[in-house]
Write a protein that binds this ligand. Structure first.
Ligand code: FAD
Length: 382
């Protein structure tokens, strides 16, 4: 059984169905809802990973997983339009990306500031910035990925029930009872992929899965320089201006042929946030749209037009911003995959595989031990 069929739950359902299990998946909303973490049309997908080099083998597996899913369903999910990271010589983001690429043999190009200006003339970046370009990277489409995973799973015998709200879970090592607004369901194993609601759902199990929801905004801008801001002439990008625009980094995804949802270039800001109640509806404040507009005039002054749409979305933060994928201690029937801390979606195929391994075999041969819950116990003891 899978609780939560957003970005990750859909991938877990696929991975279970692929091994011949006929899993049941529940969600309180239908596909395409705007309440969770997997809407907004695109997610940047890189392999030269500054967050930690240990993610790279998982990313290689995930990219292959996207290719396989696309071939099997005919639904395009991963667009390899390249990703450009730009930053100053002291940028830890760029340094860590270069180190990950070196350690794991990811093809990248290091670009000096004059080459950066020549190749990407739509940007006005501060003097001295250099770039790291990863040609095999790009973006994934979360709504398409969810559709593809669920379609594949249902075709292999999975059952989906929506809307069903899970109210609580009772479990031990041998099985679980999932209490829902439509009655109890018994399961041998349950994978909880409830995104920003995961901690709340697992609280009753005395579990200390320490996850905190935060809200983030995405703003779409009209495209004044059609070619300059479309995937034909612009990769997905991220600028580390080292604090010049606040504590965090701007990133963007250009327009692309066949773009669904809001049109225009999508811009987001990845940085610290404050805890929120994930159930509270949210309208993006005008001051945030104004701030994005002001800062984009700095980086893309000639090619970006006015803001045309804005949406908010939830991050689910773990204390160290690394994912949590593990069985619950003392409740081996429960696997949790959550805490993706604003950088998880590109991993969906490999998250599905690891969670399915843990649910079916109790262990995974994929190198994901660093994402286990025991790291928080160790922190508590020190
Ligand atoms: C603005 C933004 C930008 C991002 N950018 C990137 C990026 O560039 N690259 C990247 O890789 N990742 C990115 N991410 C992160 C990525 O989108 C998330 O890690 C991923 O989508 C998380 O998926 P999820 O399945 O955990 O959560 P969700 O997709 O929210 O799924 C959880 C599901 O559980 C269901 N649920 C919850 N509680 C219950 C219940 N009690 N009963 C029944 N169902 C329940 C919900 O309805 C929901 O459908 C970004 C996220 C945001 C918000």
């Amino acid at each position: 059984m899978v609780v939560g069929l957003g970005g990750m739950g859909a991938a877990v359902l696929e991975a279970l169905a692929r091994r011949g299990v006929r899993p049941l998946g529940l969600d309180r909303f239908r596909t395409g809802h705007l309440s969770g973490s997997s809407h907004g049309g695109s997610r940047v997908a890189r392999q030269a990973y500054f967050e930690h080099p240990d993610y790279v083998p998982l990313l290689k597996w995930a990219f292959e997983g996207w290719d396989r899913l696309e071939a099997e369903t005919g639904i395009r999910c991963l667009h390899r339009i390249g990703v450009l990271l730009a930053g100053g010589v002291d940028s830890m983001l760029l340094k860590a990306s270069l180190a990950s690429a070196r350690e794991h043999g990811i093809p990248i190009e290091s670009i000096d500031s004059s080459e950066l200006r020549r190749r990407f003339p739509q940007f006005r970046l501060p003097d001295g910035m250099f770039g790291v370009f990863e040609p095999g990277a790009g973006f994934v489409r979360p709504e398409a990925g969810i559709d593809a995973n669920l379609e594949f799973a249902v075709n292999r015998g999975a059952e989906i029930r929506r809307p069903v709200e899970v109210l609580g879970i009772d479990a031990d090592d041998d099985g679980a009872v999932i209490r829902t607004d439509q009655g109890d369901i018994r399961a041998e194993r349950v994978v909880v992929t409830a995104g920003a609601w995961t901690s709340r759902l697992l609280r009753e199990l005395d579990s200390s899965v320490p996850l905190i929801p935060q809200r983030k905004e995405m703003v779409w801008f009209a495209n004044r320089g059609q070619a300059a801001c479309s995937s034909a002439g612009m990769p997905a990008w991220l600028v580390d201006d080292q604090g010049a625009c606040g504590d965090g980094v701007y990133y963007g995804v250009p327009t692309w042929a066949g773009q669904t949802g809001h049109r225009g270039m999508k811009v987001g800001f990845h940085g610290p946030g404050v805890p929120v109640d994930p159930d509270l509806k949210h309208v993006v404040p005008q001051e945030i749209v104004d701030r994005f507009s002001r800062d984009m005039k700095r980086y893309l002054p000639e090619v970006l037009g006015e803001p045309i749409a804005a949406q908010s979305c939830l991050y689910t933060m773990s204390p160290d911003e690394h994912f949590v994928i593990d069985r619950l201690p003392g409740r081996a029937a429960v696997v949790v995959a959550a805490g993706f801390s604003g950088h998880g979606y590109k991993f969906a195929p490999v998250v599905g595989e690891i969670a399915a391994d843990l649910a079916m075999e109790g262990r995974s041969s994929l190198p994901a031990g660093f994402l286990g819950l025991s790291r928080f116990e160790a922190e508590g003891e020190s």
